[in-house]
Design a protein around this ligand. Structure first.
Ligand code: NAP
Length: 288
């Protein structure tokens, strides 16, 4: 029976550390601020934005929310981003995705100052992750690395399989595992023999968006299984990409949904915002 990786507990520890860092910075006269921008009425986005604001309050990060109507134009959103780029109170800018269809997400991401890009989606930050010289890691993959580290399972030399190749989860996830010397395979909707490939994985990360796609017969006994999926079912409940009850019998370690990757993503956002504040104030030391 798999050991459950408790994302709530691990994220609480990260947030405690962030809180201490914020307190130290505040004592040095440095404040830490995050702007969260929400365009339109996507209910899931509303929930995420609320959680992010709550987390800011809990760790002492100043936060401001900019809620814009669905019909906001690209120019209006770009102008807000420029304003936030220049705002000294704001160290991190997060534009909640997805944006309404008439707005080009890439244009908006490219407009965020790379130093304030706490989601690490700007091409400059993506490129720096590729070469292993980064200030920020995208929050979800960074949180997953913490979850894997908590198991004590070494990544070096292990077979790692990531299902999903999105820019925000799958691709950076694969890159981080590669930086840690994993032997990494990325699967996607055109992959043939998915189950066979997954069965080779010592570390399996599912970032797909298909409820309960990963079953017991796709998992190597003892593997670390990380479920990124957040799928809302018709009855309103949340379900991962992994069939938890089934896979729990085979895996060595498994993350639940909810209470696994989700809380880590928010904790890493808090950490990135502190990193941004430190970088913008040029090397305030906060490590002791
Ligand atoms: P996405 O952009 O829709 O990407 C999904 C990926 O899965 C694509 O690469 C797609 O392949 C692949 N895929 C789809 N069906 C597949 C199948 N049957 N077999 C193999 N691969 C398949 O999604 P995302 O943004 O990466 O998010 C993935 C999931 O994670 C979603 O449930 C999302 O809600 C969740 N998520 C959670 C967090 C968190 O904090 N917990 C954060 C971000 C996302 P193609 O490229 O070929 O289309």
């Amino acid at each position: 029976m798999a050991q459950i990786i408790d994302g709530k507990l691990i994220s609480a520890k990260v947030k405690d550390q962030v809180k201490e860092q914020v307190e130290k910075l505040n004592k040095q006269g440095v404040s830490v601020g995050l702007a969260v921008v929400l365009v339109g009425n996507n209910p899931a986005s509303r929930v995420y934005v609320n959680s992010k604001k709550k987390a800011c309050a809990a760790v002492g990060i100043y936060s401001e929310e900019h809620t814009l109507p669905e019909e906001t134009t690209e120019e209006e959103l770009l102008s807000l981003v420029q304003k936030l780029n220049a705002d000294k109170k704001i160290n991190g800018i997060l534009v909640q995705l997805p944006l309404p269809r008439h707005i080009d997400e890439n244009k908006i991401i490219n407009a965020i100052s790379p130093e304030k890009d706490v989601d690490a989606f700007h091409p400059q930050n993506v490129g720096r992750i590729m070469i292993g010289e980064f200030d920020f890691l995208p929050c979800t993959p960074a949180g997953i690395m913490e979850l894997i580290a908590s198991t004590g399972v070494e990544i070096t030399g292990k077979r790692c399989v990531v299902i999903g190749r999105s820019n925000i989860v799958g691709k950076p996830m694969a890159m981080l595992l590669l930086h840690k010397n994993g032997t990494v395979t990325i699967c996607h909707s055109k992959t043939q023999n998915l189950a066979e490939i997954c069965r080779e994985a010592d570390i399996l990360v599912a970032a797909v968006g298909v409820p309960k796609l990963v079953k017991k017969d796709m998992v190597k006994p003892g593997a670390v299984v990380i479920d990124v999926g957040m799928n809302r079912l018709d009855d309103g409940s949340l379900c991962g990409d992994v069939d938890f009850a089934d896979v729990q019998e085979t895996a060595g370690y498994i993350t639940p949904v909810p209470g696994g990757v989700g809380p880590m993503t928010i904790a890493m956002l808090m950490q990135n915002t502190v990193t941004a504040a430190v970088l913008q104030k040029n090397a305030v030391v906060i490590t002791d």
